[in-house]
Design a protein around this ligand. Sequence first.
Ligand code: CP3
Length: 349
Amino acid sequence: MTAAPSPAHDSAFLRACRREPVPHTPVWFMRQAGRALPEYRAVREGNAMLDACATPDLVTEITLQPVRRYGVDAAIFFSDIVVPLKAVGVDLDIVPGVGPVVQSPFRTAADLDRLPELTPDDVPYITESVRSLVAELGGTPLIGFAGAPFTLASYLVEGGPSKNHARTKALMYGEPELWARLLDRLATITLAFLRVQVDAGASAVQLFDSWVGALPAADYRAFVAPHSARVLAAVADVPRIHFGVGTGELLADMGRAGADVVGVDWRVPLSDAVQRIGPGRAVQGNLDPTLVFAPREVLDRKVREVLEEGKAAEGHVFNLGHGVLPETDPDALLRVVERVHAGLDDTAL
Ligand code: CP3
């Protein structure tokens, strides 16, 4: 028996991901749920980040907040890239204002034992949260997500956020066999985490390889791409978005790793990105997230430029070039959604 198509199947977002005609350019924002919203800060009061991620009522409420406020075309599941690592037993926490911090960083082959496979029983709260969200969202698609093996490895090896990823790269170049085993473990965990979300009803996924722009293309191909490709292949039943920051040199390879949609940061105009990626892929992006602090006329003009650039693509999902900054005025994002939905024909632009 074939499952009935989800109520979100014909949404503008999923149509754009599939490179089908759309009634308007769909828009959502990376990190749309979070500290830019007063209603988020109110709900999070007294709840640690990782506890909130494991509480279905909170996950559901926080995921819905930006959908209500902005009228975006997709919801992104409220969680974090380190949630599956915590779920398999890695001793880590998310420190406010810092990010993920790992107690005992990954150092030797013995540390591989601390990265067992993830099963759905390790994350019952994810299944429950996704199911509840899909029911609440109706025709609005839910995007599931995970961190890609390289970006997760960076947190594990460095022990926390890092600017240069020096230890991570030292392991990659210096002990390539151990590196391959580490990324293989992380790919196995990541793909299981995405499968849980898709099996519970998420209608697309985004793989965040936020920090992979630290690598040249040849090393990306040799040390990273096969592992990300294995993750993406495991969720081929839904559209897959593949995103990183500073990845102008990697766009073609990130597309070839199996993505349906390639996320582009603000450094590369979308028409150039389309040339680099080639046919058969949609693009997502790429308004500079700092532009929300510019005067409204400038913001409007830049939104229009991104929409114009996006016409070069077979499918365009409007987004920021990276996540919403915490100081962002929610009204500026609301304005962006309105302008994107009005489209290029709108004379007010
Ligand atoms: O709205 C959404 O996009 C969904 C929620 C989401 C969070 N993290 C919630 C969160 C998503 C998609 C992420 C992904 C994530 N987490 C990434 C990839 C995206 C990117 O920005 O490149 C990365 C690298 C992480 C790791 C991480 N977790 C960082 C860097 C931080 C911020 C540290 C800080 O406080 O400045 C976190 C914590 C985190 N994840 C917060 C939220 C809302 C802030 C915690 C809080 O509100 O207390």
